[in-house]
Design a protein around this ligand. Structure first.
Ligand SMILES: [Zn+2]
Length: 316
């Protein structure tokens, strides 16, 4: 199976390739991962692989692939109503009715449920009936950022594909190609803040949500550079309170993410980023310190005091 443009996730790709090569692919996949982790991209690749007419599927060039990849294939059907937060049973009933009709032109009918965790219990039970005895040509791709919200009976029928953060080097070179104007520190900060998920990192960079102060903070903190940090904080003393809060909020998220990644993903290249050379304890202490600074902002303490206090407390 070809995964052009889908970075990282080596184990998952290996598993899928093997399943497709030996004709043992599942008729129901659960794609799990946080926002921006590549669930939709992977769903598209899977749908293309299912419809592709070439030997090395998905080839990305045949008529079927092109239709899937441009979102124009009549047999790749998204099941969602963005107007409503909950996915109700009527939507699944429509799917059920549609599934009795054979594909229009593809080999399969692929149903993509992008917010599977938002199906209520009725909807999930209706879906369960269908995936227990599906028409031979039907494949279901359930996307979720919270697999725990699905009934165990539904989960047990799905092959679970867990999306993982992309290793640092691959991610940074991809981000550099996507955002050539950004400086490396900003790319690094976006990567860390997004917990290694490319879609999230790119959104952060495109939205220019990584403040320059955050990029500088990440670099200074990682290097344990007290002088750089003091300089940065001195320059921030005159910022208005709401701006300070915005900056501190990013710092806190950045520290918290670095901590999570460190705790949950041992051996991942993530350790090379913000948390490199820092103990989990020092990351947690810094997050706590930044939290206190935010509370001081809320309590109308002057920016000069807060920044001075941070300069003295952050790198202990
Ligand atoms: Zn193809």
């Amino acid at each position: 199976m070809e995964f052009a443009g889908f970075l990282g996730n080596a184990d998952l790709k290996q598993r899928l390739s093997e399943a497709f090569r030996t004709g043992r692919s599942s008729h129901c996949y659960l794609l799990c991962g946080p926002e921006g982790s590549g669930k939709r991209t992977l769903a598209k690749i899977l749908a293309a692989a299912l419809q592709c007419t070439e030997a090395q599927a998905p080839c990305g060039r045949c008529h079927q692939c092109r239709k899937v990849l441009t979102g124009n294939h009549p047999d790749v059907i998204t099941v969602d109503d963005p107007e409503k937060k909950t996915v109700y049973v009527d939507l699944i009933r429509q799917l059920q009715a549609d599934a009795y009709f054979r594909p229009n032109e593809g080999r399969h009918k692929v149903y993509v449920i992008p917010r599977a965790q938002n199906m209520n219990e009725n909807a999930q039970n209706a879906l369960l009936k269908l995936i227990e005895e599906p028409p031979s040509y039907a494949v279901f791709l359930l996307l979720t950022d919270n697999a725990e919200k699905l009934l165990p009976t539904v989960r047990s029928r799905c092959a679970e594909l867990r999306l993982e953060p992309v290793p640092r080097d691959q991610a940074l070179s991809w981000l550099a190609s996507q955002c050539p104007k950004e400086d490396p520190a900003a790319l690094e900060a976006a990567y860390v803040r997004a917990g290694g998920y490319l879609g999230q990192a790119k959104t952060l960079l495109e939205g220019e949500l990584i403040l320059p102060q955050t990029a500088q903070f990440a670099a200074a903190f990682a290097a344990d550079d007290r002088f750089a940090l003091t300089q940065l904080l001195c320059a921030m003393e005159k910022l208005p309170r709401d701006k300070l809060l915005e900056v501190f909020d990013q710092w806190k998220q950045l520290l918290t993410n670095a901590l999570t990644v460190r705790a949950g993903l041992p051996g991942n290249a993530m350790a090379a980023s913000l948390g490199q050379g820092r103990t989990a304890r020092s990351l947690a202490a810094a997050a706590n310190t930044v939290q206190k600074a935010m509370e001081a902002c809320d309590a109308n303490v002057g920016g000069g005091h807060i920044c001075g206090w941070l300069a003295a407390s952050l790198l202990e």
